[in-house]
Design a protein around this ligand. Structure first.
Ligand SMILES: *Cc1c(COP(=O)(O)O)cnc(C)c1O
Length: 362
């Protein structure tokens, strides 16, 4: 096995680096998954997740990766009608594929990767045809593009029967997102991205209308039945055994996030994004073969996709030097590399990464 990296050097866009104290929290002794101890733990977690999602509601905790809750979204959030899937990269494409594989009539609206969907065009499409739901990835981790979720939610909000189902896996925890105020029916994230936890947990916030539709859904299965999960949550439990060790890590990380405050966390992510874009512009001006992949004004604060024909060799050279950045994803494998400036990373750590990357590209 490779020698472990020094702290501050792991910049994958998921999983992200996890603080040693958060890793260590997982070593606490086991407790049963029914009764007072787990209820106290889950209750504290529920309070901690509220500011993260900017909600007064209860946030569902699922022992699964985020993809599990993407499947839950379409199975609980539809009622036999058509879904409109907004596709602008690999993860939003996966959301469409999940809907299709669940037997849902799925219409794909794909735009050029690296760009986002125009809310006024969405408005026209929703007026022309009834849809049970719209799916999208808020922050498209394969391209670094950020949808204007507030504007899109405003459009879907005008169609009571059309639910907005949001994959916010590299959003929540790093991108300013107001789930309640924006009126989103279902928004989900995973533990291993902007929340800087180990992989294995997913979190979802369902509106009352989503829970009502879930309760009526005939084809939602059992494990990802959102109404069932939400009902258990009112007793601070889960229907099946949760990943208790991961809950310990989550409990501590939510306290660390509360100490930082969400406002400061969003600002730190924006500052890391600004610096990364600035660095790309500087490098480009000096003749290095790099560019920002996502269109200007449409870029995510958590991940930047760097367009470069030297992606494969640059990722390998960084690895040799003891740093990890992400390769390109799917069809962008050889034409981009990705910097996951999210989670608990600091601007100082990012500066050190960029200094190393400067040498690699010089
Ligand atoms: C990572 C990621 C996923 C998949 O999450 P898993 O936890 O691997 O299931 C989905 N959507 C986006 C935008 C992601 O970044």
């Amino acid at each position: 096995m490779d020698t472990p990296l020094e702290p501050g050097r792991f910049f994958l866009p998921g999983p992200t680096e996890v603080h040693p104290d958060v890793l260590a929290a997982q070593n606490a002794p086991m407790i049963g998954h029914r009764g007072k101890q787990i209820q106290e733990l889950m209750s504290g977690i529920n309070e901690g997740l509220k500011p993260v999602f900017q909600t007064t509601g209860d946030v569902i905790v699922s022992t699964s990766s985020a993809t599990g809750l993407m499947e839950a979204a379409v199975r609980n959030g539809t009622k036999g009608g058509r879904v409109l899937s907004l596709v602008n990269g690999a993860f939003s494409k996966r959301f469409a594929a999940i809907a299709e594989s669940c037997g849902i009539d799925t219409e794909v609206w794909e735009v050029e990767w690296g760009t986002i969907h125009d809310p006024s065009e969405l408005s026209k499409r929703l007026a022309a045809h009834p849809y049970d739901a719209v799916t999208l990835s808020q922050s498209e981790t394969s391209t670094g593009a950020l949808q204007d979720l507030e504007a899109i939610a405003e459009v879907t909000g005008q169609h009571a029967e059309t639910f907005l189902l949001v994959d916010s896996v590299t959003g929540i925890g790093g991108v300013e997102t107001h789930s309640d105020d924006w009126g989103i029916e279902f928004i989900l994230t995973g533990s291993q991205k902007a929340l800087a936890l180990p992989p294995g947990l997913a979190f979802g916030l369902a509106s009352q209308s989503m829970l009502d539709r879930s309760a009526e859904s005939k084809d939602k299965g059992w494990y990802f039945d959102l109404a069932r999960l939400a009902k258990s949550l009112t007793k601070h439990e889960t229907p099946a055994t949760p990943a208790v060790s991961l809950l310990y890590a989550l409990d501590l990380q939510l306290k660390r996030i509360a100490a930082e405050t969400m406002e400061a966390r969003w600002e730190r992510h924006k500052a890391m994004q600004r610096r990364t874009i600035e660095w790309i512009e500087e490098m480009k001006a000096s003749g290095a073969p790099v560019d920002v992949f996502a269109a200007e004004g449409q870029r995510s604060p958590t991940v930047t996709c760097v367009a470069t024909d030297q992606s494969v060799s640059a990722v390998a050279e960084m690895k040799r030097r003891g740093w990890v950045v992400g390769g390109g994803y799917g069809p962008l494998k050889e034409s981009t590399l990705r910097i996951g400036h999210m989670g608990d990373h600091t601007l100082e750590e990012l500066e050190a990464l960029l200094a190393e990357l400067t040498e690699v590209f010089s």
